[in-house]
Design a protein around this ligand. Sequence first.
Ligand code: TYM
Length: 337
Amino acid sequence: MRVVSGIQPTGNLHLGNYLGAIRNWVRMQDEMKDGEQCLFFLADLHAISMPHTPAELHKATLEMAAAVVACGIDPQRSVLFNQAQVPAHAELQWLLNGTARMGWLNRMTQWKDKAGKNREGQSVALFGYPVLQAADVLLYQTTHVPVGEDQKQHLELARDIAQKFNNDFASEDAPVFTLPEAITPPQAARIMSLRDGSKKMSKSDPSEMSRIELADDADTVMKKVKKAKTDPEPLPSEAKGLVGRPEALNLVTIYAAVTDNTVDAVLGEFGGEGFGKFKPALGELLVETLRPISTRFNELLGDREALDAILARGASHARELGRPTLDAAYTALGLVR
Ligand code: TYM
């Protein structure tokens, strides 16, 4: 088993990233057996597909590295790096650009959402974004990719690209790429905004009240939970009673995810109660969960040298692990080197 996943360093790590992705990274790391490997990276090359401020990207990359370690990724056991220090990601993207089809990329919902009506005004990088994501994964003969629901379509595309490349340029008994599988945790694959239950919790939402960040202090967490949008009804005793109540469902889902429970089990405890009782319980649970993470996060941020060393070491390891596949892709395409 080879596990690979990434996160964009655009803003602070929030509860959606944590419950939808990073917590699952940590679980997979902790379950690794001898000979298996986890690689986790900061997708800084993806981050330049949207308008950005260089100084902010620089700072956010280091902060995200600290956040991922604070959440439990151990750089001694997992390979942790940023894409920009492993040029093979960008190189392989170019090689795969010959295989990816415009029509496939045009169908990506993230492209459609981000570009909106102004497709002509978007960067080429935003359009080609999923090909870089395919390169991230295919470079390492990855078998499993832990991601949230919103990234599943990009993973399907990576499989399509791998399959077409193998068909077009490799023999059946010696494929260049392994077809990766997306893994999404059963609970909390999708955490929604605290202000609008129909939108995912996101770093790009202009309202800070819409998300809980891992670096938020206890008072901020309590305030955001208490101000989260809800409805006046008490909680039902079964999950089906939450149909048509997206904000209520989201808060119960978060509680269930953090306690590793089902939504029904949470409702077994809180069914019949109003939000006046449920919100403080959820707020306290989150404060307790985030406290050790934010303490560690602040410690790590204070030691820039150690952070640089973690990323440099991870990048060097990743370059070594990716080299055979990159070489095989160049050779398969007939490129002279
Ligand atoms: P990104 O940076 O948007 O998010 C990182 C991870 O967090 C998950 N996630 C969520 N899960 C549940 N609820 C939410 N509200 C929520 N918001 C984000 C995402 O599904 C993701 O797993 N393109 C990717 C980064 C990437 C990548 C890769 C991932 C680049 N290359 C290769 C996997 C493999 C992205 O922008 O994720």
